[in-house]
Ligand binder design. Structure first.
Ligand SMILES: [Mn+2]
Length: 275
């Protein structure tokens, strides 16, 4: 099954959509490995047309290329497969990836950074993900932004919506990245980074658990769907070349609503990436 309105011809596509069903380092409730296929299934229940952007997916040249090959619990192999499978497209297509847990963002950033060394990373997330290690592990969804800061540099990272982390993570964020706890209002940063190549990573737990309960580490005090749409509208003037949507754990929401929320966000992202 493919995401609604996927086209067929990869060669001519402007945007590729792929799934990365990896959740080996999820610390609490695993299950995000099931997200890509659930989102595709639930995408059937939303419209092609976005009233928020007044555009339809019918007119957007994207192809859902299916999932990256995964060996369930091996991150270094995952990383290798992500790079091998996506390298042929990195210079001539935009790529939207569906996680999986947040660690999948690391090989994606390594890949985009190799092609775009001035890359700016925007993270929307409840959690800072800035630990140096987590249970002695360097590679974890709780350390992913720390590893990314070692690649692109903290100055090139914008962290928004953060409302959870250790005291050390908050100190590290304030000292090393562009750190915006609680707020996802991007208006003031958009002008600073206009014209640059942007990678956008959306951890769905940035939304309030009442909007999206189906996630591994729900964090009360989050944002509404409409607030996130406002943020995406403000980001739409930027040159976003890659994005991901991570941490949906569909089995933690039997209503299926979380998967629909995710599908709708992906629809809007496809529209933004078409700019
Ligand atoms: Mn995260």
């Amino acid at each position: 099954m493919k995401f609604i309105s996927s086209k067929e011809n990869i060669k001519d596509a402007k945007i590729l959509l792929t799934g990365i069903p990896f959740d080996a380092t999820s610390s609490f409730r695993a299950g995000s490995r099931f997200a890509p296929d659930e989102i595709r299934k639930f995408s059937d229940s939303i419209e092609d047309y976005s009233p928020y952007f007044n555009k339809s997916l019918n007119n957007i040249n994207f192809v859902d290329i299916g999932n990256i090959f995964i060996t369930i619990n091996n991150f270094s192999k995952l990383s290798k497969h992500v790079k091998e499978e996506l390298t042929p497209y990195i210079n001539n297509k935009k790529i939207l990836s569906i996680g999986g847990e947040h660690l999948i963002t690391l090989p994606l950033i390594e890949l985009f950074y190799s092609a775009y060394p001035d890359l700016i990373v925007i993270q929307l997330d409840a959690h800072a993900d800035l630990r140096d290690t987590y249970f002695d592990e360097k590679y974890s969804h709780a350390t992913v932004m720390r590893r990314i800061s070692e690649i692109v540099g903290g100055d090139n990272i914008f962290q928004l919506g953060i409302r959870s982390g250790t005291e050390d993570e908050f100190i590290f964020g304030k000292e090393n990245t562009n750190f915006f706890p609680f707020s996802i209002n991007v208006k003031e940063i958009v002008n600073k980074i206009k014209g640059k190549k942007i990678y956008l990573t959306i951890d769905l737990d940035v939304l309030d658990p009442s909007i999206l309960p189906g996630t591994g580490n729900p964090e009360p005090g989050g944002h509404t769907f409409n607030e996130l749409i406002d943020t995406l509208k403000n980001l739409s003037s930027l040159d976003i070349i890659g994005a991901d949507v991570v941490e949906l754990s569909p089995d933690n929401d039997n209503s299926g609503v979380s998967s629909i929320v995710a599908a709708k966000i992906i629809r809007e992202l496809l529209i933004i990436l078409d700019n």
